[in-house]
Structure formats: structure tokens, C-alpha cells
Design a protein around this ligand. Structure first.
Ligand code: COA
Length: 154
């Protein structure tokens, strides 16, 4: 007998309190200056949009964005290490862009470390343009690096 295993598609849901432990552990494993559990809890209790990406029932990523008037700022987007490079970051960004379009947002902004080439490629491929630089904005293990400000017109 041939058993067909049905692979589930990745899905999004609003964050819940029970997700925070897992999210904080993914965050600690993926960022040089990770958000703390408190940062995520604060985001949950604010007006921020906080979406969790699940695949095969497991949390594999999340994004946090804030909206003000007709603008949106992407504050955090993370895919857990062993799921990176498989298209999930693109799916998460598309999800946010679609939500922005529904809300009639005109501009989507973000900041990225100048050394984060994979993220910069992802944003450029989605049509983001560099609109500014904050010199020496981020700490690194041995100094500082610039923040690149990017924007997408919707
Ligand atoms: C940045 C991040 C969200 C991208 O998510 P991802 O699932 O790894 O990216 P995807 O597989 O969807 O790839 C999307 C695009 O990003 C670029 N990219 C991603 N991983 C890459 C890699 N290992 N090498 C080269 N390009 C890569 C490519 O342009 C790719 O498009 P393509 O597949 O059409 O070539 C993810 O790597 C991550 O969480 N990194 C750590 C946290 C972080 O840096 N967050 C962003 C802070 S601004």
C-alpha cells in the first residue's frame, strides 16, 4: 500500500501568548542584537501587527510591523535558521505587502544592517529602494555598522 503524506502549506496566524517562548528562542538564534521576550510582549500589547508563520504545525518565523496613517514600518522579520533560504522569508514579506495593500498603505519602510546581504537581496527583489543610511547605527561583535533605510512604494 502506498501512503500519501499530505504536506501542509505554510500558514499565518495572529501571535498568541503561548508562542512567545518559541519566538524568543528563534530570535536569539538568528540575530546579533535579538529582541527580548519583553520586546515581543510589548509588541503584542501594542497596536502592532504581529504574525506568526507556521509550517507543518511548527512555528518557523514571524514578522512585526507598525502602522501609522498611510505608512508601515517592518520592525522584525525572522525565519528560523534551518528554514532559511527556502522561500519562507519571501512568503512572509508578501503576506505583509498584501496586508498593506488592503489597508491602503502608501509606503513600507524598514532598516537593515549593511552586512545583511541576504535580507538586502530579498528586499531589493521585492522592489525596495535604499532611501538613507544611519552611519554606525548597529553594534557588531567588534565595532559598529551602518543601518540602511529602505522603502517600498505601494
Ligand atoms: C532575511 C530572512 C528573513 C530571509 O528569509 P529566507 O526565508 O531565508 O529568504 P528566502 O528563502 O525567502 O529568500 C528570499 C530571497 O532572499 C535572498 N536570499 C535568502 N537567503 C539567501 C542565501 N542564503 N543566499 C543568497 N540569497 C539569499 C535571495 O534574494 C532570495 O530570493 P531568490 O530565492 O529568488 O534568490 C532570513 O534569512 C532571516 O530570518 N535572517 C535572520 C534575521 C534577519 O536578518 N532578519 C532581517 C532583518 S532586517
Amino acid at each position: 500500500m502506498i501512503l500519501k503524506i499530505k504536506k501542509q502549506k505554510p500558514s499565518f496566524k495572529n501571535v498568541e501568548l503561548g508562542d512567545i517562548e518559541k519566538i524568543a528562542s528563534i530570535e536569539a538564534n538568528c540575530h546579533i542584537s535579538p529582541w527580548t521576550k519583553k520586546n515581543f510582549l510589548d509588541s503584542m500589547s501594542s497596536e502592532n501587527t504581529f504574525q506568526v508563520l507556521k509550517n507543518d504545525e511548527l512555528i518557523i518565523g514571524y514578522y512585526v510591523a507598525s502602522f501609522a496613517a498611510d505608512e508601515c514600518e517592518l520592525l522584525n522579520i525572522t525565519i528560523k535558521r534551518d528554514s532559511q533560504g527556502k522561500g519562507f522569508g519571501k512568503i512572509a514579506l508578501d503576506h505583509l505587502i498584501n496586508y498593506c495593500l488592503k489597508r491602503e498603505t502608501l509606503n513600507l519602510f524598514l532598516e537593515v544592517r549593511s552586512s545583511n546581504k541576504n535580507a538586502i537581496l530579498l528586499y531589493e527583489n521585492k522592489g525596495f529602494n535604499e532611501v538613507g543610511i544611519r552611519p554606525n547605527y548597529y553594534k557588531t561583535s567588534n565595532g559598529k555598522e551602518d543601518a540602511i533605510l529602505m522603502a517600498l512604494s505601494l
